[in-house]
Ligand binder design. Structure first.
Ligand code: FES
Length: 365
């Protein structure tokens, strides 16, 4: 199960005016726990007022804030040791509690609570052609995916179509240019800028469904792509998925990760049946607790087990994924689980509300 460990910040690199890369040093003893697949993310936790991250019971004068950030560094080789460092990309969100803190306050030597890697927006390197459509900071996990794949699979190729507002706001330009230099034949890199005329290449404007439907077949043989990776704001990912479906791509070849969701949450569901109970297994231990009115499964569990895993509480990161052993729940929204996962019985605890009087979930599966 995912758990927090205090890690020291080894480097803070400014990427653009509104983004930084944070590099954490991973002590030898934790390297296996922080072993990650390309495309996974880390949840970071900040407890205002608590100066010693190693002492979770220490004094705190504010509400804890958690955010997930994708790992941009390549995944370690399966046969070798776990990673000695981990790098994440953080983009400033207007008024964002964590990103403002990351941009303005975090410095080298600081210690932060970092959760062990999670997420299923991953690529297991294999031969073939892969492609991604990313917007803005959606490049972060895809940078790791591309670097890991091309370094590990000598015959694999990757076509990356990215969009951003302007060249100055584009994260990881240098890192991608380096990859292009290392793998000129196997990496195809196309950049679309929405607010800037480009000297060559694509005209400016947003990458929407119509544009992608017309553009993608001119860039690559769409039907031969083994895996598509769509990452960024909700609108871009949704538009790209629709374009791919229109072009005949099977849903099972499309992987998605949403970074920002602007759509309004669905209306709240009717109250849970009176006296409903949630039973949960977490880190090998079980318990059953009554559900309070309107609570999500995660909220019920968290009142009793503060170690329950979560990060966004918004149905986006997938950290709270649990297996529904019995009973029925209704999910408010789900931007994290793939259709195969929901079909297999997984739910997002933060979005699930009991429909039956008894609901049992397992966070360990
Ligand atoms: S905590 Fe992020 S999806 Fe539930």
């Amino acid at each position: 199960m995912a758990r927090f460990h205090p890690l020291r910040v080894a480097a803070v690199d400014r990427l653009t005016d509104d983004s930084v890369a944070l590099t954490f040093a991973v002590p030898e003893a934790l390297r296996e726990e922080f072993r990650h697949a390309a495309g996974q993310h880390l949840a970071l936790r900040r407890v205002p007022g608590r100066t010693d991250a190693a002492d979770p019971a220490g004094p705190a004068d504010g509400v804890e804030v958690r955010r997930t950030y994708s790992i941009c560094s390549p995944a370690p080789d399966p046969g070798g040791p776990g990673p000695g460092t981990l790098k994440v990309g953080v983009r400033l969100v207007e008024g964002g509690a964590f990103s403002t803190y990351a941009m303005k306050e975090i410095g080298v030597g600081d210690e932060l609570d970092v959760m062990t890697p999670a997420g299923r927006f991953t690529l297991d390197p294999a031969p073939g052609l892969y492609a991604a459509v990313v917007g803005g900071s959606g490049i972060t996990p895809v940078l790791s995916i591309v670097a890991t794949l091309l370094a590990r699979e000598p015959s694999a190729r990757f076509c990356l179509l990215r969009s951003d507002r302007t060249a100055a706001s584009t994260m990881f330009l240098e890192e991608l240019a380096d990859l292009k230099d290392r793998f000129p034949e196997r990496l195809q890199l196309v950049t679309a800028l929405s607010r800037e005329e480009q000297q060559a290449g694509l005209p400016s404007g947003r990458l929407d469904r119509e544009r992608l439907t017309a553009l993608l077949p001119s860039l690559l043989p769409v039907g031969q792509v083994a895996g598509w990776f769509l990452c960024g704001p909700f609108g871009l990912v949704q538009g790209a998925e629709q374009a791919l479906r229109e072009l005949g791509v099977e849903r099972s070849r499309i992987h998605e990760e949403i970074f920002h969701v602007d759509v309004a949450p669905p209306p709240t569901h009717p109250a849970a049946p009176a006296h409903s109970t949630v039973t949960a297994r977490l880190d090998g231990r079980g318990g059953s607790w009554p559900v309070r009115d309107g609570e999500s499964v995660l909220e019920t569990v968290l009142r009793n087990r503060p170690d329950a895993p979560y990060a966004c509480k918004g149905g986006v990161c997938g950290t709270c994924r649990a297996f529904l052993v019995s009973g029925e729940v209704r999910m408010d929204r789900n931007f994290a689980l793939e259709p195969e996962e929901t079909d297999a019985g997984y739910v997002l605890a933060c979005q699930s509300h009991p429909v039956t009087e008894a609901v049992e979930v397992d966070f360990d599966r």
